[in-house]
Design a protein around this ligand. Structure first.
Ligand code: GLC
Length: 451
């Protein structure tokens, strides 16, 4: 048996490309901070905040001409850009990392790139690099530094040269070849430019995490994804890569919708506070704090993180309403930190109607109560003995009783009484402590044959 198992494992390992075996090995421990972090802040900051009309897409989609879009360069002052204040606010919100746009699809670099004049130092009143101060401020507050980088670049003259998937039709002026003919030399020039910009960023801030975007426009061979991953890891073997690298990333990035069943690999949901990634002048559709907590607990309950997005105004301020949401979230995350950070995916569906997490030793179940119920809450299929139940952030010990079941085989139903007057303003959390690591009852309930 052992021999067969050994042979099977050897076959599996030896059939993987060398690249993948290496990445599987180093992902286990380098991913730990990310898995424990639970909350990150996404920042879409760039010239698009001047009009407040959308991140890069407006000219790509023909809502505004390229020339008019680029007029925003003249209005990008960053005059109230104080990343130290951002970092303090993100920390107060309970975030452990942030990810900021270093270059969005419009191709405008937020640092002093030597490889193109299209950057905020040369082309905007800001006149300075915005990336290094951001990274420095985060690290002072103990937050990890993430850098967003758009693989596609709708401004670079060599970008729109190769578009294999749709090579017979002109899909768009900015991302397809005008002639329909691929120009390998120009595409290679573009890749050299991309790699050069990435190396500049790596030298500038040595990111803890890279957040790539826009990979859908080319194949992994065209992007040279394998080589890209190797390069990034050769500069810093511990850096984490998101998955918009067509199989060469470390974690998945669902966008704007919590998965029904979260992936088993590490993952992170990116989600806007309103409906816009960057500052949206007319976007007042801000999510309520309760709804943000609902989304957040849904993510962590399924083993994922939330990367909550803010869109600062062109001067570098985070709007009052987004600041209020982050502070509100901070009150809630600090009160309930024990149930959030360093926990793991909660109970499988069916044991409790609501999000849950588990402590790493699996001896505490945290249940998130998003709405105060009219009656006791119910947990099913918990075989362990309960040692105590606490209402987090209070000194309250809660009373529970088992309904039905029997001592030896069927655990019955656990009913817990909540103190209505002690419930949290947004969402309460109860910690159910067990006498041993969680044992779940999932058998089909039939007759109890011994009473
Ligand atoms: C999409 C959008 C881009 C945004 C990103 C965030 O890729 O194209 O504008 O920055 O999502 O996940």
């Amino acid at each position: 048996m052992k021999k067969i198992f050994f042979l099977a494992s050897w076959l599996i390992v030896s059939s993987l490309p060398a690249q993948q075996t290496v990445s599987l090995k180093d992902s286990t421990d380098k991913m730990q901070w990310f898995k424990d972090a639970k909350l990150g802040i996404f920042i879409h900051y760039g010239i698009y905040a001047v009009n407040g009309g959308g991140t890069s897409w407006p000219f790509r989609n023909g809502q505004i001409s390229y020339a008019d879009y680029m007029k925003q360069l003249d209005g990008f002052t960053t005059k109230n850009y104080h990343p130290e204040q951002w970092a303090k606010l993100f920390k107060e919100a309970g975030a452990k990392y942030a990810v900021m746009t270093s270059k969005h699809h419009d191709g405008v670099a937020m640092w002093d790139t030597q490889l193109s004049d299209l950057n905020v130092v040369k082309k905007t009143p800001a006149g300075r690099d915005l990336i290094a101060p951001y990274a420095k401020a985060l690290r002072i507050e103990g937050l990890k530094v993430g850098i967003y980088f758009s693989l596609l670049d709708w401004s670079h003259p060599d970008y729109a040269t190769l578009f294999k998937k749709n090579k017979d039709k002109i899909v768009n002026l900015y991302d397809s070849p005008a002639s329909g003919v691929e120009d390998e030399t120009r595409w290679q020039k573009f890749l050299t430019f991309r790699d050069g910009q990435l190396k500049e960023l790596a030298d500038l801030v040595n990111p803890d995490l890279w957040w790539f975007d826009g990979d859908w426009t080319r194949t992994k061979e065209q992007w040279k994804m394998k080589e890209l991953r190797q390069d990034l890891l050769s500069w810093n073997s511990k850096t984490i890569l998101n998955d918009r690298l067509q199989g060469y990333g470390d974690y998945q990035t669902p966008e704007q919708g919590v998965p029904i069943v979260g992936p088993t690999e590490p993952w992170e949901l990116c989600m806007t506070i309103n409906d816009s990634w960057s500052y949206g002048k007319n976007d007042n559709n801000t999510k309520s704090l309760n709804y943000i907590i609902n989304i957040f607990t849904d993510c962590i309950s399924q083993g994922g993180n939330l990367l909550l997005d803010v869109g600062p105004t062109e001067d570098g301020s985070i709007t009052p309403i987004q600041t209020e949401r982050l502070k509100g979230l901070g009150r809630w995350t600090s009160k309930h930190a024990e149930a959030i950070y360093g926990t793991t995916r909660g109970l499988p569906f069916g044991h409790f109607f609501g999000p849950t997490t588990l402590s790493k030793d699996r001896k505490t179940i945290y249940c998130f109560i998003l709405n105060t119920p009219k009656d006791d809450i119910t947990l099913k299929g918990i075989k362990n003995n309960i040692t105590q139940i606490r209402l987090l952030g209070t000194n309250e010990k809660l009373i529970s009783k088992r309904i039905g079941g029997n001592v030896t085989s069927v655990p019955g139903i656990l009913r817990i009484t909540l103190p209505a007057e002690k419930m949290d303003l947004n969402a309460s959390v109860i910690a159910i402590e067990l006498d041993s690591p969680l044992k779940l009852y999932r058998a089909k309930v039939g007759a109890i044959e011994e009473n």
